[in-house]
Design a protein around this ligand. Structure first.
Ligand SMILES: [Zn+2]
Ligand SMILES: [Zn+2]
Ligand SMILES: [Zn+2]
Ligand SMILES: [Zn+2]
Ligand SMILES: [Zn+2]
Ligand SMILES: [Zn+2]
Ligand SMILES: [Zn+2]
Length: 448
């Protein structure tokens, strides 16, 4: 059986439909006085809406019949009255909107489905506008004209509501055609108007632009449309402007050129400084600080004097080098190579004591089977060097270090190279007695 619930909203348990004819008494609930809904019959033979009679029952389910005061048990003595329910649902009713001209009539059981379709019932606008009592039959017409209906802008295709479209087009729409206020050209998309008006790339003939020769000094500004004739009229002026500009640029260029030359000079100086730092660094890397040095002498024809790299007797220490002089001494027709130990101005001299005495062993290394040729040069009371060349004045050594033919023999000379091992050490600081001093001066450069 269809459950018809058309009147439940009013809170009355029974049907409140508009019946075509007054319903018979047997259909009316004695409790709520409307046509019974879900009719039930008691054991005493009276009928009620099910909701109405259950409200009358006490907690244990016992109920006193409102018509004849008979007690009955709602659990066992109350039955659905299917026959009367069917009769009630077959009663003829009018549409709830009959006062608004709906002419529908039908059986009570069909009322609910009619109400979902009734053209006269009032419904709210689907778009949510303020109209919320539109008869269903008028709704589609309303939706076509509703202010809130969705529309899309014909120019830019963006979606908006009907009421906002005009505002969108007047204020926001980038594709909306507008008219240039200067030249009157129409149908320019709003987004293109700034291009149209652009001083450099635009095409509006009425826009004021500067003369293209402004950068050369022409002060003229005028509408784009007159610029061609200005250029024609002012050709001479423009030429003069350009000449002046070229002159000033020439001056600038020569001043820049001067600056560049100065910078190049500075760079050159820096480069020289840098190179000297690099060579000092290299020298210090090669420098020996323990008084020892292995010296390879590469003999070159025509050169008699060879100088070893400088070395220090320690760190800090005195700076020395050794000099080898081929044919440095001749005696009785015999040529000798001479060898000298020379003190030079060194980086540690300020920290050191002068005079000092050092002994310097020099070995001319031999190729087998000959033994190396050795000598010890004693340098006594060596004074402080004040200049770079002062050391040569007090060099010590051996005038007859070795006979020339011996030196150049293949005992020592290998592929035109000699190998000398030098080992110096300081053995005394301070001055000697004048006697010693004299002796040592005599030893200076003496024959051995
Ligand atoms: Zn009732
Ligand atoms: Zn009864
Ligand atoms: Zn209706
Ligand atoms: Zn609406
Ligand atoms: Zn638009
Ligand atoms: Zn324009
Ligand atoms: Zn100009």
């Amino acid at each position: 059986m269809a459950s018809v619930d058309a009147a439940s909203q009013s809170g009355v348990p029974g049907y409140e439909a508009v019946f075509d004819a007054d319903p018979e008494r047997k259909y009316v609930c004695p409790v709520c006085l409307t046509v019974m809904k879900d009719a039930v019959q008691t054991s005493c033979g009276h009928r009620f809406c099910e909701t109405c009679i259950r409200k009358v029952a006490n907690r244990s389910g016992m109920c006193k019949c409102p018509v004849d005061n008979t007690w009955f048990d709602t659990e066992f003595e109350l039955f659905p009255d299917v026959a009367i329910r069917r009769e009630i649902l077959s009663l003829k009713v009018k549409c709830e909107q009959h006062h608004k001209d709906c002419t529908w009539t039908g059986e009570l059981r069909d009322l609910e489905s009619h109400m979902t379709l009734c053209e006269y019932i009032e419904v709210p606008c689907e778009y949510g506008c303020a109209e919320n009592s539109i008869r269903r039959k008028d709704l589609s017409q309303h939706l076509e004209t509703c202010d809130l209906r969705p529309v899309s802008c014909e120019h830019c295709n963006s979606s908006t509501t009907s009421v906002d479209l005009t505002k969108h087009q007047l204020l926001d729409c980038r594709k909306f055609p507008v008219v240039c206020s200067l030249c009157g050209k129409s149908r320019i998309n709003r987004e293109d108007i700034s291009c149209h008006l652009n001083e450099k790339s635009g095409d509006c003939p009425r826009v004021i632009i500067p003369c293209p020769y402004q950068k050369y000094g022409c002060q003229f500004a005028g509408r784009r449309e007159v610029m061609a004739s200005h250029e024609k009229e002012a050709a001479h002026l423009h030429l003069t402007c350009m000449e002046q500009k070229v002159d000033s640029q020439d001056r600038q260029i020569s001043s820049l050129d001067k600056t560049v030359q100065e910078l190049i000079g500075i760079l050159e100086k820096k480069k020289i400084n840098f190179e000297s730092v690099v060579s000092q660094l290299k020298e210090s890397q090669m420098m020996s600080y323990n008084g020892k040095q292995l010296w390879k002498v590469k003999l070159v024809s025509g050169t008699n004097k060879y100088r070893s790299r400088s070395f220090y007797t320690g760190c800090p220490g005195y700076k020395l080098h050794v000099s080898l002089e081929l044919n440095g001494h001749t005696e009785s027709g015999q040529s000798y190579a001479s060898l000298f130990v020379i003190h030079e101005k060194g980086q540690f001299d300020e920290e050191l004591f002068f005079p000092f005495s050092a002994s310097c062993g020099v070995s001319l290394l031999a190729v087998r089977p000959t033994r190396s040729h050795e000598t010890i040069v004693t340098c006594t009371a060596v004074p402080r060097c004040r200049t770079d060349t002062e050391g040569f004045r007090c060099q010590r050594g051996r005038l007859r270090f070795i006979k020339m033919e011996e030196l150049l023999s293949d005992a020592y000379c290998v592929e035109n190279c000699l190998y000398l091992e030098i080992s110096a050490h300081v053995f005394q600081l301070g001055s000697f007695t004048s006697e010693h001093h004299t002796v040592s001066r005599q030893v200076l450069g003496t024959l051995n």
